[in-house]
Ligand binder design. Structure first.
Ligand SMILES: CC(=O)N[C@H](C=O)[C@@H](O)[C@H](O)[C@H](O)CO
Ligand SMILES: CC(=O)C(=O)O
Length: 318
């Protein structure tokens, strides 16, 4: 499909489907033998909605080990999430980034076919784009494979190693190059770049979703429209309380909640916090078996998990 086939209807549906509030960066449930486990995704959706009050999911991203899955697995997961979300969640965002342009395009076209609410793309990180124009060219080619699906760039410089392209610069004239461009999933601590994006592009009505859970309140102060993160899987409810306090201008309360959650973050970040830990915590919190992560990631030890759980309970986070 070409850009020209996009209609005004697509434009207005993009307007009405704007992302606000919390988005859970889902884990990919796996069986003990390492195969993906589609059978628990229905329960997972119910848990997010009913227990955490989270209505939007981000599928096949970092926490979901998206780049460690086969293209076929990614398609099956996207399909199952979209199917289970119908009538329950507000939106399913499918991450379609890949080191391989053709694979990313195939996944983008598939996301459009299954009617995902949005797609997101991370920069290719092995043979990296040498500059911002090269990155835009790559993103444009992927977005064009899903010409009526809202597109979010996924900025996570610590993991991609692409640390010299600032979002404030990337966004200059981006709508003219990528007509479906809708916003950025901003997973970096640089609140100068973030604040300038929100401020400079206000009239464009882009959506800026913050991705460093431990300091979301700082990003809210800089104008974040919402947040995508791994911890909204199991402390979505507490984070929603913080968002409500911020919205009602009770900044003292919002700060108390953020600082309480930071006690958890400070502990796990200094002791090791990767997908293995996220899957284990989520299994305990939801009582849904999320299984181990796929190699090269490692499963967390029982001893460490026990310590995390004790801490979370003492903070009232479990
Ligand atoms: C690197 C990474 O996985 N970042 C996640 C999403 O962007 C976050 O949700 C973190 O897990 C969270 O902020 C804890 O550091
Ligand atoms: C953490 C995040 O946003 C992701 O899993 O992609």
């Amino acid at each position: 499909m070409e850009w020209s086939t996009r209609s005004n209807a697509a434009e207005s549906s993009m307007e009405s489907s704007k992302i606000r509030g919390l988005v859970a960066a889902t884990v990919t449930p796996m069986k003990e033998n390492g195969e993906i486990n589609l059978s628990v995704i229905g329960k997972y959706v119910d848990y997010l909605l009913n227990v955490q009050g989270v209505r939007i999911v981000f599928v096949n991203g970092t926490t979901a080990e998206g780049l460690s899955l086969t293209t076929e697995e990614r398609k099956q997961l996207a399909e199952e999430w979209v199917k289970q979300a119908v009538g329950k969640l507000d939106q399913v965002i499918v991450h379609v980034g890949s080191l391989c342009l053709k694979e990313a395009q195939e996944l983008a076209a598939h996301a459009a076919e299954i009617k995902a609410g949005a797609i997101s793309v991370v920069a290719p990180s092995f043979l990296k784009p040498p500059n911002k124009d090269a990155l835009i060219s790559f993103l444009r080619e992927v977005a064009a494979a899903a010409p009526s699906v809202p597109f979010y760039y996924y900025h996570i410089p610590k993991l991609t190693g692409i640390t010299t392209i600032r979002m404030e610069d990337l966004l200059v004239g981006i709508k003219s190059k990528i007509p479906t461009f809708q916003g950025v999933k901003f997973s970096d601590t640089d609140l100068l770049d973030f604040g300038q994006c929100v401020h400079k592009y206000e009239s464009e009505k882009f959506t800026f979703l913050y991705g460093v859970d431990e300091q979301l309140l700082g990003a809210l102060a800089m104008g974040a429209h919402g947040a995508i993160g791994s911890t909204y899987n199991y402390i979505g409810k507490t984070t929603n309380d913080m968002l409500a306090a911020f919205k009602s201008k009770d900044f003292e309360k919002a700060r108390k909640i953020q600082c309480l959650m930071q006690e958890f973050f400070s502990y796990v970040i200094s002791h090791g916090f990767m997908v293995g830990e996220t899957k284990a915590i989520m299994s305990v919190a939801s009582n849904i078996p999320m299984g181990p992560p796929r190699l090269p990631l490692q499963e967390t030890s029982n001893e460490y998990l026990t310590q995390i759980i004790v801490l979370m309970k003492s903070l009232g986070l479990l």
